[in-house]
Design a protein around this ligand. Structure first.
Ligand code: R2B
Ligand code: URA
Length: 261
């Protein structure tokens, strides 16, 4: 998962609005929360974003129950985040047409009561097309559709040579990554199969949109500068923002279109 919150001293989230300090109470209308009516530090002070399938699974179980209790209808849910690219230019945004496991299969395996339960990872094809159409109005970075490989590990699990432990050669690593590329994989991350499986089973239209931070056929380490990575991380958000604007029938944001009207 990704986030672009800005942090000030002490690691606190910094909001860039001088008026907030002067307010006696801040009512977060859409969340039905307020600084006077709720003890927000006690309720949310320990929140951290996790990584990988266990984190996204826990979060989704509770989010989906929240949507159910709130009687939400026709929900579309989009995972945005980062990934390693496969044969694509760093900074490209990949819209996932198929989430596959580390054996390139479109499945999510979960052990339930001691049995391995295999679940499908179908995503909504219409949503993929809709997101791709939105990318046409954002010409300043490449956007493509491809398979996304989801792994349980960032290092050996993604064929990296630079972990604390490595049990294979550079040749075997490249052979594996090229096989993944031949199977249609264009990026690698750590949540998409569980996300697709859970959303699919619960009837949510789901999509996965990730930026690639590097091309894994060229290396393992993420060496782009902090500024470049920050800008990369905004790309999936910009695409999804364009999608939301389109759904709401709003105009494209400034700088997100080449047309003058
Ligand atoms: C992409 O980036 C994270 C690992 O660096 C992980 O959450 C993912 O899927
Ligand atoms: N996230 C991943 O899971 N892999 C990468 O290589 C980069 C980001």
């Amino acid at each position: 998962m990704t986030g672009t919150a800005r942090f000030s001293g002490g690691g606190f989230v910094h909001v860039k609005n001088p008026h907030l300090e002067a307010m006696d109470e801040d009512v977060l209308y859409h969340l039905d929360l307020g600084t006077k009516t709720h003890d927000l530090p006690a309720m949310f002070g320990d929140i951290k974003h996790g990584m990988g399938i266990p984190s996204v699974s826990i979060m989704l179980h509770e989010l989906i129950k929240l949507l159910h209790h709130a009687k939400c209808r026709d929900v579309t849910i989009i995972r945005i985040g980062t990934s390693g690219g496969l044969g694509v230019q760093a900074g490209s945004v990949v819209i996932t047409d198929r989430a596959v496991d580390a054996c390139f299969q479109p499945r999510f395996e979960q052990v339930v009561l001691g049995d391995v339960v295999v679940r499908g990872t179908d995503l909504d094809g219409g949503l993929v097309e809709e997101l791709l159409a939105c990318s046409e109005a954002i010409p300043d970075f490449p956007t493509l559709v491809g398979h996304t490989m989801c792994t349980y590990d960032f290092y050996e699990g993604q064929g990296r040579l630079d972990g604390a432990l490595c049990s294979f050669s550079n040749e075997r690593k490249l052979e594996y990554l090229k096989r993944a590329h031949d199977a249609g994989v264009r990026n690698i991350e750590m949540e998409s199969t569980a996300f697709a499986a859970l959303c699919g089973l619960c009837g949510l239209r789901a999509a996965v949109v990730c930026v690639t931070l590097l091309d894994r056929l060229e290396g393992d380490q993420i060496r782009a500068s902090h500024e470049v990575l920050q800008e990369y991380q905004q790309r999936p958000q910009r695409l999804v923002a364009a999608f939301i604007r389109r759904r709401l029938g709003l105009r494209a944001a400034a700088g997100n279109t080449t047309s003058s009207h």
